[in-house]
Design a protein around this ligand. Structure first.
Ligand code: FAD
Length: 317
């Protein structure tokens, strides 16, 4: 039995799904022990209720102006203080931009271990994680000491909320000082309708989309399906779309239920970011394109003919 702390993340006042996945992972890891959570920001108390319904027995809330936006300095200081207070055996975070940045910093500072980008937990504290850009799967075991774990979004099932459960909310006063950076303004480059890393359906475009306007064809299908739109690096390099949409080894790693690759050849660096999607559909006019080797369904054809047909059909549903 372990005591596990989850650092929950919110965006636009809403808990991120990956934080609930982290709670589910924490419950498995705790194995009947105590699951606690921490949440930073101004409406932390509201978020704490949801965390309680998903299994956190205690939620530490820290409402500090320096934590309103992520900065490595402020979050590192805050998390170190919370860990000293909660004294967990393990700390679980989403494998998000924040989790990837803060987990190794605090782990190094406190002398904890770190298992990153975990896609599942097996009995006996065995963590499963893809390595070598998804070509191999590694199993790592929790032997001794304390550890950080980051969870890849969309891989661990979230348990149903139990409205009868409540967490004890513990507001914490943190001392945050000597910040080397502060965030003055956040400018979002993407339309942000659906968060790419947590999207259940992704329509992704490559160089075959041919232009920024070509992405409108993909956007129409995405609107019908409530999907996010992603891209290959080829499309980003060609200036058809923003790099925040890039999926792959040097972009975002995604695990949606459905990934529709349009005009993407399937280079290994792209596959590294999407090959663990549950169902992959590839649309490519070249029947030899490597993307078909990982696709569950392949459509050989011109995306500008195929995608509008799909959009029209899905509109009927
Ligand atoms: P292309 O390889 O040019 O493929 C375009 C495809 O579109 C072709 O298969 C073609 O048949 C098809 N097509 C053309 N017209 C149509 C049409 N009308 N209808 C249907 N199909 C059509 N790439 C990533 O994606 N993500 C990464 O994170 C990434 N990281 C990298 C890191 C490094 C260190 C390096 C060296 C490379 C990286 N790359 C990454 C680049 C990667 O190697 C490929 O160059 C890139 O993925 C190719 O993008 P693409 O498939 O869109 O373009």
């Amino acid at each position: 039995m372990k005591k596990v702390l989850v650092l929950a993340e919110a965006r636009d006042g809403q808990l991120r799904n990956v934080s609930l996945e982290a709670l589910a992972a924490a419950s498995t890891l705790a194995d009947g022990g105590e699951v606690t959570a921490a949440v930073f920001g101004s409406n932390a108390a509201e978020l704490a209720a949801t965390l309680g319904q998903h299994g956190a027995s205690t939620v530490y809330t820290a409402d500090h102006s320096a934590l309103a936006q992520y900065t490595p300095d402020a979050y590192t200081q805050a998390l170190v203080q919370l860990i000293e207070l909660a004294n967990p055996d393990a700390v679980v975070l989403g494998h998000t931009a924040i989790g990837r940045d803060v987990a190794p910093r605090v782990a190094a500072r406190l002398g904890y271990g770190l298992v990153s980008d975990v896609t599942s937990l097996e009995a006996g504290e065995v963590f499963v994680r893809p390595i070598y850009a998804g070509k191999a799967i590694q199993q790592r075991k929790f032997v001794d000491g304390k550890t950080f774990v980051t969870i890849r979004p969309n891989n661990i099932a979230i348990g149903a909320a139990d409205a009868s459960k409540t967490a004890t909310v513990v507001p914490v006063e943190l001392e945050i000082k000597d910040l080397r950076s502060i965030v003055k303004e956040v400018v979002r480059k993407t339309s942000g309708k659906v968060d790419l890393s947590e999207a259940k359906v992704i329509i992704s475009g490559g160089r075959g989309v041919k232009s920024a306007e070509g992405f409108n064809t993909l956007n129409e299908l995405a609107d019908v399906l409530g999907a996010a739109v992603g891209a290959s690096r080829g499309a980003c390099d060609a200036d058809y779309c923003d790099y925040s949409m890039q999926i792959g080894q040097t972009g975002k790693v995604v695990t949606p239920d459905l990934y529709i690759a349009c005009g993407i050849s399937g280079a290994i660096q792209h596959l590294a970011g999407m090959s663990s999607s549950k169902v992959i559909v590839a649309i490519n006019k070249d029947p030899e394109a490597p993307i078909f080797q990982v696709a569950d369904y392949g459509i050989v054809g011109d995306l500008f003919e195929v995608v509008p047909l799909l959009t029209a059909e899905f509109k009927k549903v």
